[in-house]
Design a binder for this molecule. Structure first.
Ligand code: BGC
Length: 772
């Protein structure tokens, strides 16, 4: 047996030196953190003193200068407004020449020569498109996500874009919500690590590096809790839930240095998020010390009128700025209404000054005053080969092998074996380049995307294999005329690869909530007809949400959840399907058995009458199971749990070792105590692979009820066949504290169960006590 410790370092001295060096780099980065830089503050103050009220309001105003990404306003001519100092930022405009042209107006014709800040939704790549964020999260690999964000920043910044409206860090527990695709899924721990990774990637170590772009954590806050999963809908989130679940990824983004946040469309407890002084001022500024600025979502300040908390634009503008929204995206209300409000004394000038200060601070920090233009002659960074390669790696790691059943096909259907000479590739997503790019594709071009069909053509040609292709049906609508030819193709093949799923543009992301989340159109019919041939079927699902696959799961031998993989979709998929690469992705969302289970998430509370009672509450006789929290017509559990994902090998876990059986809340709260949790993980299969070792806890006996399981740690470890590794986690205040009955974030006395394992439903188990 090969055994190596995760923490052993063969060259101790190198490790020590590296640690010292990294430590001092981190300290240096903090020391020069531009949003804290006194030199910048002095420059902001001096500029602010010279600004007229109108020029100040101009800085708070952002318009879309390109393709609108919300209800259109029909505006187009900005030159004059920029010259008059009426615009602080533009969104949706890209290209060195295009951005320089408008920047030149700001820098030469406006009185104070304050540079414009160009923003864009660079969500999962700029031109090199990576998997959609839900796919990126499925890698459980924050370092990789950071690299994709850094690549996106290099490409975007070279084209004048120094600000992205990303990451979207909204926790989403309801698969009906179309925007679940834009985030990291249902878990605040994982979501926080991903949030910080994006921020680090976009912003680099210094914002004023020309290839850094400012991040924008959105949508602050609670947007993902939309009732019924319907976009823009109301949210009711009690403070503890807000602090435990919805706020942490924003806090992580702020701690990682995010320069901006975006205020959301939804109301939170009857107060719209874009006029919510509790979240925007009290929590964000006072508690967390955020020094960047907040931009509203698209016309979200104007929408305060529809929300019903303002009867006119003037009131909406006043409520927005007074709550802490600094920049008004696309609504124009700050520009048009605030001057009168300031003059009449309804809005104190200090509120305007503070908002301008925050925006200028970010512009200075980005180095825009020194380098307002981008070099037009510089070689474009888009589709840099290293970025394309990264896109393939990210795609490979994002795929989740949901099922690979050795019972239905012997041996397991995947990887495609040597006996396979003819592959039938069937389905409306097999050759749909646009869908591979996914929603919010920035400057992504379907022409750059390699589909599964193109990649399989290449693969089969090189191996003297045969590829048969049939579309079968459309994604939505269409006729069933293509089903018979697809069945014919299936009948002539050794194996069928079915590429099914959702239409990325219409069925995922904004304004794309679904009440039915199964395979749309005639795809179920296609699948059943193909499966009836008796040929082994590999189902590849392209979707922006976990779909209900209950009625298909038993009809196919293997299922791959592919999300929307980006421009390297085909090559990455062929590599994992053929076994050239192994699967390592894991679900970050629970896959439902039926839509009626939504919202569905693994980290729920236990209730007083849990189904499948615990040892504590099960009645001695076995009891009557009717009066428990369950459906009479559906199970409680998901079809595939959070954390699930198979590979071509298997991993075994040793029992857990704890460094102590008992700690004190006092010691943990003061930081003087921590617990080490150790397991040995072994690759017991025949292939090299990557295991995502997951640590969950449950706390009992606390002042408020805690979830049945909470993810509090994970490590992604590569293990060669037969190899084992000791994996160690630390449990400290950070992992064990929660918002208690007094709304304090503390560790309380508790009985704590720990699981370390492969997903949220399994694992080796141990227990320890937290005493007073
Ligand atoms: C979306 C935001 C996006 C903004 C700018 C809005 O409709 O909700 O996520 O950043 O448009 O495109």
């Amino acid at each position: 047996m090969i055994s190596r410790s995760r923490f052993s370092c063969p060259f101790l001295l190198v490790c020590v030196l590296a640690t010292i060096l990294l430590g001092s780099v981190a300290a240096l980065a903090q020391a020069v953190a531009p949003l804290n830089d006194p030199a910048i503050e002095a420059r902001v103050s001096s500029l602010l003193q010279r600004m007229t009220l109108e020029e100040k309001l101009g800085q708070l105003n952002q318009f879309s200068a390109g393709r609108p990404t919300g209800p259109g306003t029909g505006r187009s001519e900005y030159g004059q407004m920029i010259a008059a100092g009426q615009i602080g930022s533009l969104l949706n405009l890209t290209g060195a020449t295009e951005t320089n042209e408008l920047q030149r107006i700001a820098m030469t014709r406006s009185r104070l020569k304050i540079p414009l800040l160009f923003g864009l939704d660079v969500i999962h790549g700029y031109r090199t498109i990576f998997p959609v964020p839900l796919g990126l999260a499925s890698t459980w690999n924050p370092d990789l996500v950071e690299k994709t964000a850094a690549a996106a920043a290099r490409e975007a910044s070279a084209e004048g874009v120094r600000w992205t409206f990303s990451p979207m860090v909204d926790i989403a527990r309801d698969a009906r919500w179309g925007r679940i695709v834009e985030g990291a899924g249902e878990d605040p721990f994982l979501g926080s690590l991903m949030a910080a990774a994006y921020v680090r990637g976009y912003q680099g170590t210094r914002l004023d590096n020309p290839s850094s772009i400012a991040a924008c954590a959105k949508h602050y806050v609670g947007y993902g809790a939309a009732e019924g999963g319907r976009d823009y809908n109301t949210t009711e989130i009690p403070e503890r839930l807000l602090r435990d679940v919805y706020l942490p990824p924003f806090r992580a983004a702020v701690n990682a240095g995010a320069a901006t946040l975006m205020s959301a469309f939804n109301s939170v407890n009857e107060v719209p998020a874009s006029a919510n002084s509790f979240t925007l001022d009290h929590v964000l500024r006072r508690e967390w010390g955020f020094r960047g600025f907040v931009v509203s979502d698209w016309t979200a300040v104007t929408e305060l009128i529809e929300h019903g908390i303002a009867n006119d634009g003037a009131t909406a503008a006043r409520k927005g700025i007074m709550a802490g929204v600094d920049m008004d995206m696309e609504g124009g209300l700050y520009l048009n209404e605030l001057a009168a409000q300031v003059k009449s004394g309804k809005v104190p000038i200090q509120a305007v000054d503070e908002a301008v200060r925050r925006i200028l601070r970010v512009k200075f920090a980005l180095g825009l005053f020194e380098r307002p233009y981008v070099e037009e002659s510089a070689q474009s960074k888009v589709l840099d080969p290293a970025h394309v390669e990264l896109a393939r790696t990210a795609a490979e790691e994002s795929f989740v092998l949901l099922k690979n059943d050795a019972r239905s096909v012997q041996p397991a259907l995947l990887p495609l074996g040597a006996g396979v000479r003819t592959i039938a590739l069937i389905g409306p997503l097999a050759d749909s380049a646009g869908d591979m790019v996914g929603a919010w594709g920035a400057k992504g071009d379907p022409k750059d995307a390699v589909t599964l069909r193109a990649a399989f053509e290449d693969f089969t040609a090189k191996r003297q294999m045969q590829l048969l292709y049939a579309k079968g049906t459309e994604i939505i609508g269409g006729s069933d005329a293509g089903i018979a030819p697809a069945v014919d193709v299936a009948g002539r093949a050794d194996v069928v690869v079915l590429a099914l799923g959702e239409n990325a543009g219409e069925m995922t992301a904004e304004a794309a909530s679904r009440a039915f989340i199964n395979l749309p159109g005639l795809q179920q019919k296609l699948l059943e007809a193909v499966a009836a041939t008796g040929k082994p079927v590999v189902l590849v699902v392209f979707s922006g949400r976990p779909l209900v696959l209950t009625s298909v799961v038993d009809k196919v031998g293997a299922i791959v959840q592919a999300w929307y993989p980006g421009i390297q979709a085909g090559p990455a998929l062929v590599r994992v399907l053929s076994g050239e690469a192994n699967f390592s992705g894991r679900l970050t969302v629970t896959m439902p058995r039926s839509v009626g289970q939504e919202p569905l998430y693994y980290n729920h509370l236990n209730t007083g009458r849990p189904a499948g009672r615990t040892e504590l509450t099960r009645p001695p006789s076995g009891g009557n199971e009717k009066y428990v929290s369950r459906y009479i017509d559906e199970q409680n559990s998901g079809l595939f749990p959070f954390g699930h994902g198979l590979s071509y090998t298997r991993f075994e876990y040793s029992p857990i070792t704890l460094s102590s059986q008992s700690l004190s809340a006092r010691g943990l709260n003061s930081g003087s105590q921590a617990l080490r949790v150790t397991v040995e993980v072994k690759n017991v299969g025949g292939r090299d692979g990557v295991e995502v070792v997951q640590l969950y806890i449950r706390q009992r006996g606390t002042s408020v009820a805690r979830p049945v399981r909470e993810l509090e740690g994970f490590q992604r470890i590569p293990l060669r066949a037969g190899e084992s590794m000791r994996v160690e986690f630390t449990m400290s205040k950070k992992e064990l504290a929660f918002w208690n009955i007094d709304m304090k974030e503390v560790v309380e006395p508790a009985r704590v169960t720990v699981w370390v394992g492969h997903d949220s439903q399994s694992g080796s188990q141990a227990e320890f006590l937290i005493t007073e």
